[in-house]
Design a protein around this ligand. Sequence first.
Ligand code: ZN
Length: 275
Amino acid sequence: MKLVTFSLADDRPGAGALFDDGILDLSEQGFGSALDLIASRRSPVPRGTRIPLDQARLLAPLPNPPRIFCIGLNYRDHAIESKMEIPAVPTVFVKLSSSVIGPNAPIVLPKISTQPDYEAEFAVVIGRGGAKIQAANWREHVFGYTILNDVSARDVQLATSQWTLGKSFPTFCPIGPAIVTADEIPDPHGLDIRLDIDGEEMQHSNTRELIFRVPELIAYISSITPLEPGDIISTGTPQGVGLGRKPQRWLKPDETVTVEIAGLGQLVNPTVAEA
Ligand code: ZN
């Protein structure tokens, strides 16, 4: 199933299942929201009236995730390219949920940053929560997978050793278009991932390059803080970010950023200057 959050003209957002020919409204099956569905661990029935895609607007599939954990320097190709040591322990920081936006919503480039950058990322959505989860049991805790663009103001991010605020401006966390349930992605460690700006490829790798894989990340984070349904773990970005390019390349207004991951679709967002 492809879980989405959508809204109609002047209705409040609701959970839906995305199909090629429309969206199945899951509120009719008693699911109040996408988070409600994830936490309930109840499977929806794939039957009912479908809303045509041109009548609905897709929002972030999980508009207000409890927590967004991000992993720094987690692609082998990126670490080698940057001549950085392969880390022994995952570098984990958080991105504030208030920065989340959905597909096609604009990324607002803040006036106080001259170095806004993109990061294509493969993200895991936790289903069943738990503390001290064994790596071998990771599949029991994964609801599904989605695409996340870890937009980062490099000057703000790197002004100190703490990255959270430089990555948490409003609109800096595009997610979507859908959360694809784990049953549709048998192996999350072999997925092509790419990002382009106005059609020009900037990043292209594969999740097999991940240094810390999904089982290890779930085990590590849950050894410290119990994971909750709807928590997101964004697994890090491969080589090719603007910061690492020669010359460096920053996001500009009126560009279109597209992140694509095999099996998860495309996450497209335009950029705009802060008014
Ligand atoms: Zn990142």
